[in-house]
Ligand binder design. Sequence first.
Ligand SMILES: [Ca+2]
Ligand SMILES: [Ca+2]
Length: 264
Amino acid sequence: MTDMTNPITARSMSFIIEGEVNVEVTVTENGEGGLTFTVDVLTKNGMIGDLNGLFFDFANPGLVDGLMIDGEMVTNTQFEYDGVSNLGGGVNIKGDLINNTDLFDAGARLGTSGMSKDDIQFTTFTLTHGSEPLTLENVANMDFAVRLTSVGEIGGSRDGSLKLGGTSPDAPAIEDPVDDVVDDLPSGGGGDLPDNPPPGDDEFDFGDLGGPGDGFDDPLLGDDPLLGGELDFGLSDPSTTIDGGLLVDNPLDPGVITDDFSIL
Ligand SMILES: [Ca+2]
Ligand SMILES: [Ca+2]
C-alpha cells in the first residue's frame, strides 16, 4: 500500500509530448522506491492514435542495467545506456528524434503495433531498480519519445503514424512537511544549543547537533552531566544497544558505556 501521507515519496510531475496528437506523461514516486508512469493520448483536433512505445533517457548511467518495467500492456522492454532505439515490431525511434551520440537508455513497448488487437490511448507501468530506490530526479530534464500508429481522426481511417519527442521538466522540490531540527538549524553551529526551537519545531534531536567536542556529539549517550553538560540520554534510555547488547552509560566513569546494569 502506497503511503500517500508522505509527500517526499509521492511527488509527481506531468508533461506533454506535443505533435499531431498530444501525449501526456505523468511520473509519480510510488512510495516504494518505484516510479509509476501513466501515458495518456490527448485527443487533438479530433485526432487519436494507438500507443506503441515510450522511450526515455535516464539520469544515472550506473543504474540503467538494473532497471525493470512492469505493466499490464508492456510487451517488451530494453535498458541500455545510449543503446535503446528499437523495441521490435516496428516500434523504433532510430534516426528521427535523436542524434547518434545520445540514444535513449530505456524503452517500453506497449501492446501490439496498430489498433487491430489493442488500441491503447492510456496505459500505466512501473519503473523500478533491482536494488536502488528511484526518484523523479532520475527522469527529470530527460528526453522522452513516444511512438504511435493508427493515428488519424476518430472513426476515420487512422492510417498515420507518429514519432514524437519531448523533454521532462524539473522534478518538483521536496517539501519539508515535518519540522526537523537537523535541517532547519542554521549550518556551521558551534555546538551551542539554540535558545529556542526554530518556529514550527517542537523537539530537538540532540544526538544530531553540532560536531565533535560540542557536548552533544554522541547520539547514543547524549551529553553527560558529570562532564559539564545537562543531559544524559544514555542513562535515560537503557534500551540503547550496540551490536545487539544492552548498554548504559556508567555514572561512576563518565563517558564509558557498559553492560553492567548493577551500577544503576
Ligand atoms: Ca542516453
Ligand atoms: Ca496497438
